[in-house]
Design a protein around this ligand. Structure first.
Ligand code: AMP
Length: 340
C-alpha cells in the first residue's frame, strides 16, 4: 500500500500499476447451482421522488430494497430491515416472487422510513428534501439463525451502528462490503470509522468519498480509506462510471450511456446488488472477478434508472443483462495501433 502523498509528489500521480486488460469472455450469467447467498441489511422505504420527467409518491424504495431487487438476478438474497405498521406489505410481493428471503424483515409499531428527494437537470446528485427515520431510529437487527452464515454480506446505506450490529451477528463471511452517504458521514462519523476497520470493501460516490476523507483527489481519497480498513474501494461517479481501487491496481468501468435517464434513485444500491450478486454467483473474489463485478454492477445501475422505484429491475431478465454486458464491452473495445 503506497503511503499518502504530500511530500512534493505531483498531485495527480497514480502509483498503482495500470490494470491489465480483462480477458475476453462471453459474460455468461453462471448457473444458479454454484451460487451462495448474499445477506443485506439496509433501508426499506417509502420514497417520494421528483425528477425533470415526473413525480412519484410513496413508492417502494430504500437501499436494501434496490440492492435485493438487483442482486436477486444473480444469487439468493436474504434481506434484514424494518418497516413500520403503516407499510403496505403488498408492495414487497415482487421481491418475494424474485426469491428474496424476507425472514429478517420486521414490521414494528411506528412510521416507516421515508425519503423525499429531488433531481434537477444534473441527474448525478440527489437533493434530499426530507429523511424520516421512523422505525429505523429504534431498530435493533436480529439476524435469523439461517442467515448468519451467509458468505457475502452487504451493509447497505443505513445507520453505521446498525451495520456494526449486523457484523457482530454473522459468522466469518468471505466478503463484507458496505455503503454509506452524506447523512451518516455527518451524523455518525466515529461509528463509520469503526465500521471501516471491519469491512473488506466499500462502495461510495465521489462526493461522499471527498466528504469522508476531506481529500479532493479521488486517488488520495481511496488511499485514505484503504488505510483505515477496506482492501477494496469502489468510487462511483454517476454517469461518469466507477473506479475500483485495490492495493495494487485501479480499474475503471464507464457508465452505460443511456439516452433517457428517468429516475437516478437507487442506482448506487443496484450497482452494489449487481456487484455482490455476481461475486456470489461465481463464488470468487479474485482481482479479475472483482473487475467483472464492477461491470455487472454498472449494468444493473443502468437498468435501475430507466423507471421509478424497482420497476425496471423487475422487468428485466438474463437476456437483457447479457445484452447490456455485450454493449459495455463494445463501448470500450478498440484496436491498438501504436506507431513504431
Ligand atoms: P441511491 O442508490 O444512493 O440512489 O439510494 C437511494 C435510496 O436510499 C432511496 O430509495 C432512499 O430510500 C434511501 N435512503 C435515502 N437516505 C437514506 C438514509 N439516510 N439511510 C438509508 N437509506 C436512505
Amino acid at each position: 500500500m503506497p503511503d499518502e502523498g504530500g511530500r512534493g509528489e505531483p498531485e495527480a500521480a497514480c502509483r498503482w500499476q495500470l490494470a491489465a486488460p480483462v480477458p475476453r469472455s462471453r459474460f455468461p450469467v453462471p448457473s444458479v447451482q454454484q451460487t451462495v447467498t448474499v445477506l443485506v441489511v439496509g433501508s426499506v422505504a417509502l420514497d417520494s421522488v421528483e425528477t425533470p420527467f415526473g413525480k412519484a409518491d410513496d413508492v417502494l424504495g430504500g437501499s436494501g430494497t434496490f440492492f435485493s431487487a438487483s442482486a436477486s438476478h444473480f444469487a439468493p438474497v436474504q434481506l434484514v430491515g424494518v418497516v413500520g405498521g403503516d407499510f403496505p406489505l403488498e408492495k414487497l410481493k415482487p421481491l418475494t416472487l424474485r426469491g428474496v428471503d424476507l425472514a429478517g424483515l420486521e414490521q414494528a409499531d411506528g412510521e416507516s422510513f421515508r425519503w423525499r428527494g429531488r433531481y434537477r437537470h444534473d441527474l448525478n446528485s440527489a437533493e434530499t428534501l426530507e429523511t424520516r427515520l421512523g422505525v429505523f431510529s429504534h431498530f435493533r437487527p436480529k439476524i435469523p439463525a439461517q442467515f448468519r452464515r451467509a458468505p457475502f454480506v452487504f451493509l447497505a446505506n443505513i445507520d453505521p451502528r446498525l451495520q456494526l450490529d449486523v457484523l457482530n451477528q454473522v459468522e466469518k463471511p468471505a466478503l463484507v462490503a458496505c455503503d454509506t452517504m452524506n447523512f451518516w458521514i455527518e451524523s455518525r462519523r466515529p461509528d463509520l470509522l469503526a465500521l471501516l476497520a471491519r469491512v473488506d470493501l466499500i462502495t461510495l460516490n465521489d462526493g461522499e468519498a471527498r466528504q469522508l476523507t476531506e481529500q479532493s483527489n479521488l486517488v488520495k481519497a481511496a488511499r485514505w480509506i484503504m488505510k483505515r480498513g477496506p482492501r477494496h474501494v469502489v468510487i462511483k461517479k454517476g454517469e461518469h462510471g466507477a473506479f475500483m481501487f485495490t492495493e495494487k491496481s485501479v480499474f475503471f468501468a464507464p457508465a452505460y450511456p443511456l439516452e433517457d435517464v428517468f429516475d437516478p434513485t437507487g442506482a448506487g444500491d443496484s450497482f452494489a446488488g449487481g456487484f455482490m450478486g455476481y461475486l456470489a454467483r461465481t463464488g470468487r473474489v479474485d482481482d479479475e472477478n472483482l473487475r467483472r463485478a464492477v461491470v455487472y454492477g454498472s449494468a444493473m445501475g443502468s437498468f435501475a434508472v430507466e423507471r421509478f422505484s424497482i420497476q425496471r429491475l423487475l422487468e428485466i431478465g438474463t437476456t437483457d443483462i447479457r445484452q447490456r454486458l455485450i454493449e459495455f464491452r463494445r463501448l470500450v473495445a478498440f484496436e491498438e495501433e501504436l506507431p513504431d
